[in-house]
Ligand binder design. Structure first.
Ligand SMILES: Cc1ncc(COP(=O)(O)O)c(C=O)c1O
Length: 288
């Protein structure tokens, strides 16, 4: 079952008018929340980011935080799988084609939940390949916009060579990757770009920073140059579906020792432990 504009229905029955501004202009925003053992991970943070994206895009938020939580919980309960990825998007609505915003239009809300696909254990163990490319996207990468043609074109560069991600450089600096944030490790210091208009403020990015702080792992958030990226001992990509994944080959050259490093292994474990804590807490809430 999916959710469309207030109703639950089978996906085959879901349809959106062709004049939806999501279809015509890519005029909408979205979120993807991972769900482990039916407990949504960091749902409040995802809903806060949705609210921010809607605000920045000047799209009316049709539901309160509480209502969003309810609908998402109902949708999760209707799926046959335990681990899910809940995708939700809001577009500006249906209107005669005109760039300027229409008046008095209801936003379109679509929510679906699919089985969650995390990287297989072998990839986590062995590490993954990535390539680099110039970040040619717009200057509002902080909005989680459904207009993803830039990200799709960039992702395809790595897909074309069988790599998992395209790591992006703008003006000689690391920004993020086509669908994830990026950290590097040099010595024992974890480094990553600060939040700005040039990167998506990742929920996983925040979790990794919190876990590093909690564990006393040295952290330095600020500009990372292309030279520093290429000289890194470790590179990680982070996202709700990839969690934390080590990149061991960048543009065909080994990263550090060419296998997932010690800081990665520690962070991966911290992340898995944290997930388990969240799931247990979530279950207690449900049981109470
Ligand atoms: C461009 C981009 N950066 C970063 C991320 C990671 O964000 P999150 O950790 O919230 O999934 C994503 C996730 O889809 C993304 O598309």
């Amino acid at each position: 079952m999916i959710f469309l504009n207030g109703k639950f229905m089978p996906i085959e029955q879901a349809a959106v008018p062709v004049l939806d501004r999501g279809f015509i202009f890519g005029d909408g925003v979205y979120e993807l929340v991972p769900v482990y053992s039916r407990v949504p991970f960091r749902i409040d943070e995802h809903l806060a980011r949705l609210e921010r994206s809607l605000n920045e895009a000047r799209i009316r938020n049709p539901y309160s935080r509480e209502r969003w939580r309810e609908i998402i919980a109902q949708l999760i309960a209707q799926q046959p799988y335990e681990d899910q990825g809940v995708y939700f998007q809001v577009t500006r609505g249906v209107a005669k084609r005109d760039h300027a915003f229409p008046k008095g239009v209801e936003p379109t809300v679509f929510i679906m939940s699919n089985p969650l696909v995390n990287p297989p254990a072998e990839l986590v163990e062995a590490g993954a390949r990535a390539v680099t490319a110039p970040d040619f996207r717009w200057l509002r990468c902080d909005i989680k916009s459904i207009s993803l043609i830039g990200n799709c074109l960039l992702r395809q560069l790595s897909a074309d060579v069988g790599a998992v991600e395209t790591i992006l450089l703008r003006d000689g600096k690391l920004t993020e990757a086509s669908a994830s944030n990026v950290f590097i490790v040099k010595g024992d210091v974890i480094r990553g770009p600060a939040k700005s208009n040039l990167i998506l403020p990742g929920i996983t990015y925040d979790v990794v920073i919190e876990l590093a702080r909690e564990a006393g792992m040295p952290l330095d958030i600020g500009e990372v140059s292309e030279r520093e990226l290429r000289a890194a001992d470790e590179i990680w990509v982070t996202s709700s579906s990839k969690e934390v994944l080590a990149i061991v080959d960048l543009d065909g050259k080994p990263v550090g020792a060419g296998r997932p490093g010690p800081a990665f292994r520690r962070m991966y474990q911290l992340y898995q432990d944290f997930k388990r804590r969240v799931m247990r807490a979530g279950r207690q809430t449900v049981a109470a």
